[in-house]
Write a protein that binds this ligand. Structure first.
Ligand code: HEC
Ligand code: CU
Length: 327
């Protein structure tokens, strides 16, 4: 039996050091270490369970092997204490995993209030990163270290999925709606980004690099080759050129449609059917592309021309960023 234990020990030690070093991608956030801890717990309890189960099976098979033809199997009906323990201990383990997993998932999905927002646009087969300052960068994703970053993501064509293994975060990027993701990078450095949803011929080449840099360097990068207009300013131009100005004011006065002033972030926004919504990116997106989906209380349906197919994802993002500034 000793050689067996020695072997098991070697396997365990090597797996542990592999898991700690090369097996998992480098840890870039607090959430990443939370995920790793939970994963290690799962791995080790499963390993222990496996040893107890398979080890016990082998042990009993050897110990109670039938030796002569006269060996009789004793009659055992049940064992209360044993049955209770082998149900109760796994139950506790599963509940621990449930609560722990819920906590980590909760931390991943609750967006911090004051996060730095960056728009991510996926298309076959590249990632565009749009900053509020107007800067756009393709497949190179610059973020400041130590500051919570929130991603508002849209797809121009098919389903993609944005994955940064070192941050242990992943989120589908779905055509027709915005999805969000957040992280706070702890360490400067370069990290790999993947698309993890098969999206066509060059899916495996849909890669990007994340560059986590000190905040001053990030500011400097943001200002390099600035295109001139911020996202909100581009939105304001569209507000004029696309004719929204005919029916929407930005100073609170009511025209044919509701004013955009104070629209962003309002929580008890009432619809004609009595429903009350929170004004976020997805609500505004839907209101622009398909106005009849939700009619604002006090206004008529059928007046606003649907913009589906008339605005690009970029233009939609710019308009939303403009509306965000009209506090
Ligand atoms: C012909 C008038 C008209 C034009 C032009 C128009 N809208 Fe509207 N819009 C309305 C009306 C009326 C409503 C309220 C009824 C509804 O919810 O559909 C509305 C609602 C909205 C809302 C929801 C507002 C809220 O308080 O919830 C948004 C956002 C919006 N429009 C964006 C736009 C954008 C962007 C454009 C330009 C591309 C535009 N609209 C052009 C008439 C117009
Ligand atoms: Cu993709």
């Amino acid at each position: 039996m000793n050689w067996f234990l020695a072997l098991m020990n070697t396997v365990a030690v090597n797996t542990a050091s592999a898991a700690g070093k090369s097996f998992m991608p480098p840890v870039g956030t607090e959430i990443a270490s939370d995920v790793d801890n939970l994963y290690s717990f799962l791995l080790w309890t499963s390993f222990l369970g496996c040893v107890i189960l398979i080890g016990g099976m082998i042990f009993f098979a050897v110990k109670y092997k039938r030796r002569t033809d006269n060996d009789k199997t004793p009659y055992i009906s049940h064992n209360m204490a044993l049955e209770f323990l082998w149900s109760f201990i796994p139950l506790v383990l599963f509940l621990v995993v449930f609560a722990w997993g819920w906590k980590v998932y909760h931390d991943m999905r609750v967006m911090p209030e004051n996060a730095f927002e960056i728009h991510v646009q996926a298309k076959q087969w590249q990632w565009d990163f749009m900053y509020k300052s107007g800067k756009v960068s393709t497949n190179d994703f610059f973020v400041p270290v130590g500051i919570p970053v929130k991603l508002v993501m849209a797809s121009e064509d098919v389903l993609h999925s944005f994955y940064i293994p070192s941050m242990r975060i992943k989120q589908d990027v779905v055509p027709g709606r915005y999805t969000t993701l957040w992280f706070k990078a702890d360490k400067t450095g370069d990290y790999q980004i993947f698309c993890t949803e098969y999206c066509g011929a060059a899916h495996s080449a849909m890669l990007a690099k994340m560059h986590v840099v000190p905040a001053p360097d990030f500011e400097k990068w943001l200002q390099e080759n600035e295109e001139g207009l911020t996202l909100a300013q581009k939105g304001e131009k569209l507000y004029n050129s696309k004719g929204c100005i005919a029916c929407h004011s930005t100073d609170g006065s009511v025209k044919v449609g509701p004013s955009w002033k104070g629209l962003w972030g309002s929580t008890g926004h009432t619809m004609a059917n009595g429903k009350s919504v929170t004004v976020d990116e997805n609500y505004i997106r839907e209101s622009i592309l398909n106005p009849n989906a939700d009619i604002v209380k006090g206004f008529s349906a059928g007046l606003m021309p649907a913009q589906q197919g008339l605005l690009t994802e970029d233009q939609l993002t710019a308009l939303i960023e403009y509306i965000k500034t009209l506090k």
